[in-house]
Design a binder for this molecule. Structure first.
Ligand code: PBE
Length: 313
């Protein structure tokens, strides 16, 4: 394991929380109260007021997430020049969303599925007529070059790992309701032995062989990476899971630091990283289909499209 980029990840994590702490106070303070409470646009002039009512702020997540790059592109493509994208984290973003919904205030967040935010809250994606976020995506499994020859058993499992939106959702929901991720993964694997046996078919058990999976702490990838960890441990592997900033999942595999990951959103979200590192890593194809990303708002907000965010002239 390369300590330099482990440290880089840590430093970035720390400075991120400072940014988040700073934004939290200014961002949420006047969203709903400053203009006398007409914040959900019920005066019938939602489009004119929407930007103002959210301080021209889109609540984002961690820098380096594909959805952040795409949202910057959205701001340009749709001419949302007054808007800024607030850097945050998945947890801070969902907290802001929850608070806004409790107070029936407007908010625009970077959303994605699979994620429990779409089950817990009544929210909707804004239409994206320019197609910046792309259509439905797959989440792909990637491994380092040489893994197939050096660790055929692990390679086989990673190659065969494949589940549905609903199945990933079960793990995420369990965690969201307070279960420890280790316990949630254990329980899910125990309850889904039939599917798990399809993943491990033809793979020989090992005795304490080390394997390292890379991931980012988005709730979806926490679920998939931990489930796979449990499965590999059951086969005798000694599994390390290392959380990093998104680009390091790709560069790490390219450099042979880390053996695999199950968190590449394609073709759009992580397209930039595949362009950069795609020929230095091995793409084992989709482990989940039907994922998506976009801007999301509470259902009570009177807008339907990203175009509605533009201030009326
Ligand atoms: N996400 C979740 C990631 C991929 C997984 C949509 C936040 C991203 O934007 O990079």
């Amino acid at each position: 394991m390369n300590h330099v980029w482990k440290k880089l990840g840590l430093t970035a994590g720390l400075s991120l929380s400072l940014v988040v702490a700073g934004c939290g106070t200014s961002g949420s303070a006047d969203g709903g109260s400053a203009d006398g409470g007409d914040t959900s646009g019920d005066a019938g002039n939602a489009t004119a007021n929407i930007g103002e009512s959210i301080d021209y702020t889109i609540t984002g997540i961690d820098p380096g997430a594909g959805i952040m790059t795409k949202t910057e592109e959205v701001i340009k493509e749709y001419g949302l020049d007054e808007y800024s994208l607030q850097t945050s984290s998945g947890a801070t973003m969902t907290k802001a969303l929850e608070t806004a919904i409790e107070n029936e205030e407007p908010i625009v967040v970077t959303g994605w599925q699979p994620h429990w935010m779409f089950t817990k809250f009544e929210i909707k994606y804004l239409e994206d007529p320019k197609g910046v976020y792309g259509e439905s995506e797959t989440i792909n499994t990637m491994v380092r070059k040489g893994l197939e020859e050096e660790m055929p058993s692990a390679y086989t499992v990673l190659d065969q790992f494949n589940w549905s939106l609903e199945q990933m959702g079960e793990v995420m929901l369990d965690v969201q309701e307070g279960t420890d991720i280790e316990d949630a993964s254990r329980a899910w694997v125990d309850e889904n032995q039939e599917l798990v046996s399809e993943w491990t078919e033809g793979a020989e058990p090992v005795e304490g062989k080390e394997i390292e999976l890379l991931y980012v702490t988005w709730v979806s990838e926490v679920a998939s990476t931990n489930v796979l960890k449990t499965v590999l441990e059951d086969m005798g592997f000694n599994v390390t899971i290392t959380s990093l900033q998104p680009q390091f999942m790709f560069s790490g595999l390219a450099e042979g630091d880390g053996d695999g990951m199950v968190a590449a959103w394609l073709p759009v979200t992580h397209g930039q990283y595949m362009e950069q590192f795609g020929d230095q890593i091995v793409d084992l194809g989709p482990n989940l289909e039907g994922a998506s990303t976009g801007l999301a708002v509470p259902s009570y907000m009177d807008i339907d499209s990203i175009e509605d965010l533009k201030a009326a002239e």
